[in-house]
Structure formats: C-alpha cells, structure tokens
Design a protein around this ligand. Structure first.
Ligand SMILES: [Zn+2]
Length: 232
C-alpha cells in the first residue's frame, strides 16, 4: 500500500523544471508550443472534421484544409473514427474510482469532462477547475503506449488551488510558485502494476508537454505546458 510519505511527495514535490522563474516566458512558450504543436492544431482543426454533419460537399478550400491537416497530423486520422477513448482512474487521495469515455473520435464528451473536473478537484479545498482536456489525451496515449495494461491510472495530484499550492510550498521548497497544477494543466500519476520508468518512457515518447520523473516518490508528472523533461 501507499505510504503517507509517498502521498505527500506526490502531491507537493515539484521540480525546478516546472519552476516558473520566468513566468511570462513560459506562458508565452506554452501558448506558442500549443499553436504549433500537433495536439493543439488537432483541436483547432477538429470542427473541420464535422463537415459530414452540416455540409454534404466540401469545397476546394475545405478539401485542401483537410488534406493539409491530414499531412500535418497523421495521428489525427485515427481520431476521425468513432473510436471511444475510455480512462479508468483511481484517485489516491480521495479513494474515488471512475471509468469514463471522455472522447469519442475527435469529440470530447462535455458532461464527462465536467465529471472529470470534479474528480480532479483540489481535494483539500473542494475547489474545481476546468482541466485542459489534452491532459486526458495524454493519459490515454500513455496508456496506449503501454499496451493498455487495463489497471487504473492512479492520480496522486491534479488541480491545486493557490491556497493549497502555497501550503505545499511552505512544506517543500521544491513546489513551483506558479505550478501548472494551479492552471489545471498538470497531473502526477502512476499506473497500477507498471514501473514508473516505463510510464515515463511512454510519456516522453509522445513529445507533448512536460514530463517529470520521480522514481523515489514513484510517480510521473505530466503537463500540457511546453515540451521539456526532468528527473527529480
Ligand atoms: Zn506535478
């Protein structure tokens, strides 16, 4: 079973890599990365794939747009299907478990996302924030990279309110002042029965956002910020 120290470290410990000494710079980088990165582009272009609903025929511009999108985002072609994306999660602090299909094809399921926002709440204060749905795509793709092991993904830490982050910073000098956890863009996770080294490898292979490896505390930090990685 999990030790209390694991819980504390998993929730509070933050890397200097996430430390935002240059907050403005990081935010800009994050936005920029998002615009240029495949995931964000994917989301931007997603409505273009709903043409079947509204229009019977594509004009040349639409067609070119789709063709370009297909070239730029090879993985997105898979997302055009109605393939459901299901996540099985276990929150280690609240003890709650959930299994939800948060996305079908390229459509996020709004109500399910709301449920997930609640699940990922700041468990200390009960505050809920809208999480970046790309976090769930990260979870799903890491799971896929591991061959869908089937066990729940264990959540150490998700949203942190400013109060909670300040509290954790007092306890540990390694908690970032402006942690991406406070923006609903970061999760600390591990996979039941899978080594954190393998989880980390799967996360790094995606080359999306930040990946922090915490082998001693037995978790991996993932976020939808700029692409970077570190080891605690
Ligand atoms: Zn973290």
């Amino acid at each position: 079973m999990m030790k209390t120290s694991d819980v504390w470290l998993g929730d509070g410990s933050e890397p200097t890599g996430e430390n935002e000494g240059h907050r403005v710079g990081l935010e800009r980088a994050t936005l920029s990365d998002g615009k240029n990165g495949p995931t964000h582009t994917k989301r931007k272009r997603a409505p273009g794939y709903h043409l079947g609903k509204s229009g019977k025929a594509m004009n040349r511009r639409d067609f070119l747009g789709l063709a370009l999108a297909a070239v730029a985002m090879p993985t997105f072609a898979k997302g055009r299907s109605n393939q459901p994306r299901t996540l099985s999660l276990h929150h280690l602090h609240t003890g709650e478990r959930i299994k939800v299909t948060y996305r079908v094809g390229n459509r996020y399921q709004r109500k399910v996302l709301q449920t997930l926002n609640g699940f990922m709440r700041d468990f200390r204060t009960g505050e809920v924030i809208t999480l970046d749905p790309r976090l769930f795509d990260l979870l799903y793709d890491i799971d896929r990279g591991l061959g869908y092991p089937g066990g729940p993904i264990e959540i150490f830490s998700a949203y942190r309110s400013p109060q909670t982050n300040a509290l954790l910073r007092k306890a540990s000098g390694r908690v970032a002042r402006n942690s991406l956890h406070m923006q609903g863009k970061a999760l600390d996770i591990r996979f039941s029965g899978i080594s954190t080294a393998r989880v980390c490898k799967s996360a790094l292979s995606l080359n999306r956002g930040g990946v922090g490896f915490y082998p001693k505390s037995n978790f991996v930090h993932i976020d939808t910020g700029s692409v970077r990685s570190w080891r605690a």
